[in-house]
Ligand binder design. Structure first.
Ligand SMILES: [Fe+2]
Ligand SMILES: [Fe+2]
Length: 503
């Protein structure tokens, strides 16, 4: 809940009417952060911040663009008792949602208790999601303490990424509340106050009470997710990319049994997005050259999840579970295909836990049993992933730049004219990788022949465009077109054309 300074001060006054303002201030000055603030679910216009204290009381986030202004968000607070957590003490978890923020904007904030800041002065800041290039870090299977986890955590903190994706097995060995404190927040909590983490649950996170600690300690996007499954899977947008985190544990099992909605939700989620990049992450890899490939879950993933990803043109899948680094070839229907037509599967399970061996696999191009993380950068229609080892050297590097494809992935023809192929008609083109981002032509001005980096030609001449997105283009057939027709689409990644019956 967003409140202004007057309302905030009034709320402190309400405390004083309880009879002990001075005592209250002294009590609050003794507040301490059991868990530092962690950014959750960052979006263009908002973010959720979670923290924990040993003491009871109402918490607030004070935030502004310049560090001096005063907006306040009151937290919802929840007490965790020893019988809930297995910890020897009770604590309060606070969760404040900041809304009406500006996209791509820097903010500073403080955690308040009783009107006093209890977070490190000047240590807490964030930038909201926005348009344009961005970078993110990927790692998983991050270990149970030790030199490797610590070294990688230090390198990841120095990346200054827009956000971090964790591919699962966050807290070894059993995903307990104590292990989240000692093996997860202890290593990354200092980064989480300025860089949002987007997690996905691993099998070890499910070992305690059906992932109850994982669910309690996170606040992921949930708007479109069926109520009973909220927290287990979700999606979000950043720049011109759409990210989906799936639960390859209980939610996949119930979906395959016909009792859970995750796969139906995934179909609808991917069908609805208009983003160029479609990046999906979950714990169990369908294609990786390690000992877990014989897992029943990996085969269920190949049977139940992969066909949906292929149907909707997902270009990149990120997994964990295999404690090593693996990168597949471009795959579609279990075979190697050419650029623009397949999916790359990258397994990043070397975040600190003990390593697994790697084996030959016909669909896997690179396999290295090394501790690592991935530095990813999205620039329009190019996505570069650089894998960094524990000593800072490069383990692997590759770029995805899918060229445009004109194709019929639905029931309708790939190129459709309305009312028919004739001068001045409307043309709709279906395919993949057709435009850097969704864009409508500006109303009230002449229609452009280039929109979001995309140009469409008929017999070599650019046509006027109304609308472009990754999967659809709408334009107008020129009035001077006659004879046989060749339609072409050019993006920053390449050119494709198709011949059509003549006029
Ligand atoms: Fe693991
Ligand atoms: Fe695992």
């Amino acid at each position: 809940m967003k409140i202004n300074r007057r309302q905030f001060l009034a709320s402190l006054g309400a405390l004083s009417t309880l009879g002990a303002p001075r005592l209250a201030a002294q009590m609050y000055s003794a507040y301490s952060l059991l868990r530092p603030p962690c950014l959750q679910g960052m979006r263009p216009d908002g973010v959720t911040i979670m923290w924990a204290t040993l003491e009871r009381g109402t918490g607030y986030i004070q935030y502004s663009e310049d560090g001096y202004g005063a907006n306040f968000a009151e937290a919802r607070s929840r007490i965790f008792l020893p019988q809930d957590t297995g910890l020897p003490y009770a604590y309060m978890q606070h969760e404040a949602t900041l809304s009406e923020l500006a996209p791509g904007m820097d903010y500073q904030y403080s955690v308040l208790a009783g009107g006093e800041p209890i977070s490190d002065p000047g240590a807490c800041s964030f930038r909201t999601a926005g348009r344009g290039p961005f970078n993110f870090v990927v790692f998983g299977d991050s270990g149970q303490g030790g030199a490797e986890q610590y070294a990688l955590a230090s390198r990841i903190a120095s990346e200054r990424a827009s956000f971090v994706l964790h591919t699962g097995d966050l807290a070894y060995m059993h995903g307990t509340f104590e292990q989240y404190h000692s093996n997860y927040f202890r290593y990354y909590g200092g980064l989480m106050n300025s860089v949002p983490f987007f997690p996905t649950p691993g099998n070890h996170d499910y070992l305690t009470n059906n992932a109850a600690p994982y669910l309690a300690l996170h606040s992921v996007p949930q708007d479109t997710v069926p109520f009973d499954d909220r927290g287990r899977y979700y999606s979000f947008d950043w720049g011109n990319a759409h990210f989906v985190s799936l639960d390859s544990n209980a939610s996949l099992a119930s979906a395959i049994e016909g009792t859970g909605p995750m796969l139906a939700w995934l179909e609808e989620d991917l069908r609805a997005t208009r983003q160029f990049w479609r990046i999906v992450f979950f714990h169990h890899p369908p294609y990786a050259a390690g000992p877990n490939q014989s897992d029943e879950i990996s085969s269920l993933v190949r049977e139940a999840i992969v066909p949906i990803l292929e149907k909707h043109g997902v270009q990149l899948v990120l997994n964990g579970h295999e404690h090593a680094y693996h990168r597949s070839r471009l795959i579609r229907n279990n075979t190697v295909v050419k650029p623009g037509e397949g999916t790359t599967y990258v397994t990043s399970g070397g975040g600190g836990a003990f390593l697994y061996p790697v084996f030959p696999h016909s669909l896997v191009e690179v396999s290295k049993p090394e501790h690592h993380y991935i530095r990813a950068e999205v620039r329009g229609t190019r996505l570069t992933l650089q894998t960094i080892g524990i000593d800072g050297t490069e383990v692997d590097s590759f770029t995805l730049a899918p060229p445009p494809v004109i194709a019929n992935y639905g029931r309708e023809p790939a190129v459709r004219f309305s009312p028919a192929l004739e001068p001045g008609a409307l043309v709709r083109i279906a395919g993949r990788g057709l435009a850097t981002e969704e864009r409508h032509a500006s109303p009230g001005s002449a229609l452009p022949t280039e929109l979001a980096g995309t140009i469409v030609t008929l017999n070599g001449r650019p046509i006027s465009l109304f609308y472009v997105s990754s999967h659809e283009i709408r334009g107008q057939v020129p009035f001077e077109v006659t004879g046989s027709v060749t339609l072409g689409v050019a993006t920053p990644n390449g050119f494709v054309d198709t011949s059509l019956p003549g006029l």
